[in-house]
Design a protein around this ligand. Structure first.
Ligand code: KG4
Ligand code: ZN
Length: 340
């Protein structure tokens, strides 16, 4: 390729966001996402509706990403897409589109693990931005996963801790639902928590051995507490919403950071990253900064747009795979459960 820049189109369709991005080497030129409002009505993602919406959104989103990047199809060097994990019907839309495009344009195809890509978002190059060095620990917290990953290289990843039940994002969303907030509730809890007291209410921390997490007990104790108080005072939620949000957020964040601290102590690794949708949480971002000062960690927190699902992270993983000549064949199929 010489000094010619490499342009990759990334496509993400694992859940309820249809996203396309264009990278130029390790830089991102465009990152366009269409969300799906339809799920709000149902209080969660409806897989059948998600697939249909991806089908409607994918062509306009890809066109917008190319337009914004200022390049045409003929400038691309490869197509990267999310192979999994995610909803099968949703993955099929992005995957089939990527395969068709690669076939039609005779371009290499790179299949991407969505959880790997959440971490690789840290390896997008931007002016003034530092790139993490190895070894490192990454706490990946999303709607479907909660993992501590030890990395010795870009593609050398080992999961050393993970949730045994709910993911951290799920815990936020379920707590929000208990408070009557619409889906996805995580960002709303975050916003309301800003004006609440994080120590107003205490919820017990789970006792899970090793570096694994559990959030189902926290959710249940939150539910019982809110139900009990609402029986005494029907306006309890309305009167104490901010304190409830701040307290549950504080509980979830401290469970996450306690385990991250254990992982750092056990491995001796002090370079610490967070990634995934819940990495957008302001309570987590603030608490991680505070902990890093105390523990002497070097922490990396992604830009907001690279926390929740996006195709920039898919394009960047695709770019690094392109450099390694790790190409997928046309027979590649989605992997709803795709382990790291
Ligand atoms: O990574 P992501 O966009 O999709 C998955 O791969 O799951 O993560 C979505 C999750 C949802 O549970 C959402 O409520 C949560 O991330 N989330 C947040 C915030 N922004 C997104 N949770 C807490 N605070 C936020 N600011
Ligand atoms: Zn995700």
């Amino acid at each position: 390729m010489g000094n010619q820049p490499v342009f990759i189109l990334g496509i993400e369709s694992s859940c309820d966001d249809t996203s396309a991005a264009v990278s130029k080497d390790a830089h991102i030129l465009s990152n366009v996402t269409a969300g799906q409002e339809v799920h709000r009505l149902y209080g969660g993602v409806v897989p059948e509706l998600a697939s249909r919406a991806h089908q409607q959104n994918i062509v306009p989103v890809v066109n917008a990403a190319l337009l914004k990047a200022g390049i045409g199809m003929s400038d691309l060097h490869g197509i990267a897409f999310t192979r999994g994990p995610g909803l099968l019907g949703s993955l099929l839309v992005g995957g089939s589109f990527a395969k068709a495009l690669a076939l039609g344009r005779n371009l290499p195809l790179m299949e991407v693990n969505h959880m790997q890509a959440h971490i690789h978002a840290h390896f997008i190059e931007e002016d003034e931005k530092l790139i993490p060095s190895f070894p490192l620990l990454c706490l990946t917290v999303s709607g479907g996963h909660t993992q501590i990953v030890l990395m010795n290289g870009l593609f050398e990843m080992e999961v050393i801790g993970e949730t045994i039940d709910d993911a951290a994002g799920e815990a936020f969303d379920k707590a929000a639902k208990i408070l009557g907030l619409p889906y996805p509730g995580g960002p709303l809890v975050d916003r309301l928590a800003a004006s609440g007291n994080p120590n107003a209410y205490k919820f017990p921390h789970p006792r899970i051995p090793g570096l694994d997490f559990s959030f189902s007990g926290v959710k249940t104790s939150f539910l019982y507490f809110v139900e009990g108080q609402t029986r005494l005072d029907p306006d309890f939620i309305e009167l104490h919403k901010a304190d409830l949000c701040a307290s549950i957020q504080n509980t979830i964040v401290s469970i996450l950071l306690d385990k991250l601290q254990d992982a750092s102590n056990q491995t001796g690794i002090r370079t610490v990253l967070i990634s995934g949708g819940v990495a957008a949480n302001s309570g987590l971002r603030k608490a991680l900064e505070a902990k890093s000062a105390k523990m002497g960690w070097t922490v990396f927190i992604p830009k907001f747009e690279y926390c929740t699902d996006n195709a920039a992270m898919i394009a960047i993983t695709g770019y690094y795979k392109f450099l390694r000549k790790e190409f997928a064949s046309q027979s590649v199929s989605p992997a709803a459960r795709y382990l790291l």
